[in-house]
Design a protein around this ligand. Structure first.
Ligand SMILES: C[S@@+](CC[C@H](N)C(=O)[O-])C[C@H]1O[C@@H](n2cnc3c(N)ncnc32)[C@H](O)[C@@H]1O
Length: 307
């Protein structure tokens, strides 16, 4: 599947990061290794957006006992220091981080909130987002389907952090189709009035603005079953990455927070969904990953990869 290097094709990141990539494409390059070490090779203020889903506290779970939130936060802090150094002044750091249950109890760990509280010492919280995955299965079975004392956990937190209070962002790039009610209202025109809430709504409310402003709740089922990535993994007998996020999630933030030509980094890139959607949107990208099997599989996401 790796293409022979055609004349004139060069690693687009070669002037920014020196180590040999695992593979590269027209728009980006992936590197095998510990992102903490690899990030040290990136120049200051070279990255416009860090879009990532780090290993969750699950990985840090002790065999017996709870997720150790402090341990997780201490581990993450070392990465955060590099994130801050390599981000441009108007850059953003977006972290999709799933929740976790305390072992043996129907109670929740707060590790992702502790992480947020630590991170806002160095970054601004531009906005918190929630990813609602309606396709999530009910778990842990003991509390949800057997004893019936908790409900389905189907929301993940996504922290949008920034180096400065006014990071590059434009919600006009992520407008959503109007609802039927709103379409009707635009057609008929809206009469200015005071809402029961006390808000004064002017007749500008009924203006056609090309779509509605999205909320900070992103609804997308993690249900990919037909991508080329999955088909090729199956064909080659490779295990697909077990914790992929749906492409709609990075796609939203890449369109919202960057422009074509900007550089997006995923320091925990797994099957490189981030690189793939960056490329789709004509952004340059870098992916770092510890395990070569994940990077090998990720090659199938791209029309052509070069070594
Ligand atoms: C939650 S997964 C990311 C999945 C990815 N978003 C996708 O959709 O395929 C986290 C990844 O981080 C990788 N990882 C963990 N520690 C790392 C490190 N220090 N440097 C680079 N990658 C690391 C793991 O191997 C894992 O593939």
């Amino acid at each position: 599947m790796t293409e022979k290097l055609p004349l004139g094709i060069e690693n687009p990141l070669q002037d920014i990061i020196k180590p040999k990539p695992f593979y590269f494409t027209e728009f980006g390059a992936s590197y095998l290794g510990d992102s903490l070490e690899l990030m040290k090779k990136l120049p200051d203020e070279s990255i416009n957006l860090i879009m990532t889903s780090p290993p969750y506290a699950l990985v840090f779970k002790k065999e017996y006992g709870n997720v150790d939130a402090h341990e997780y936060v201490d581990w993450f802090k070392k990465f955060a220091k590099e994130f801050k150094r390599i981000l441009t002044e108007d850059g953003s750091l977006v972290i999709d981080i799933g929740g976790s249950w305390n072992k043996g109890k129907p109670t929740r760990s707060v590790y992702q909130f502790e992480l947020l509280i630590e991170l806002v010492k160095e970054f601004h919280l531009a906005q918190e987002f929630y990813w609602y995955n309606p396709a999530k299965l009910p778990s842990p079975a003991e509390w949800v389907t057997v004893r019936r004392i908790r409900v389905k956990d189907s929301v993940e937190t996504v922290w949008w952090l920034s180096k400065a209070p006014f990071p590059k962002a434009d919600n006009r790039k992520v407008l959503q189709p109007y609802s039927k009610d709103m379409q009707r209202l635009i057609e008929k025109g809206y009469k200015a009035k005071k809402r029961p809430s006390g808000h004064n709504i002017t007749n500008k409310f009924g203006k056609e603005n090309g779509g509605s402003i999205p909320p900070n709740l992103i609804q997308v089922g993690n249900t990919d079953s037909s991508s080329n990535y999955l088909k090729m993994c199956k064909k080659k007998g490779m295990k697909p990455h077990p914790a992929r996020y749906p492409k709609e999630l990075p796609s939203f933030f890449i369109k919202f927070l960057t422009e074509p030509g900007d550089l997006v980094l995923d320091p925990f890139c797994g099957s490189n969904v981030t690189g793939y959607v960056s490329q789709e949107n004509k952004r340059r990208w870098i992916g770092f990953e510890l395990k070569d099997e994940y990077l090998l599989g990720s090659e199938y996401r791209f029309p052509a990869v070069y070594k």
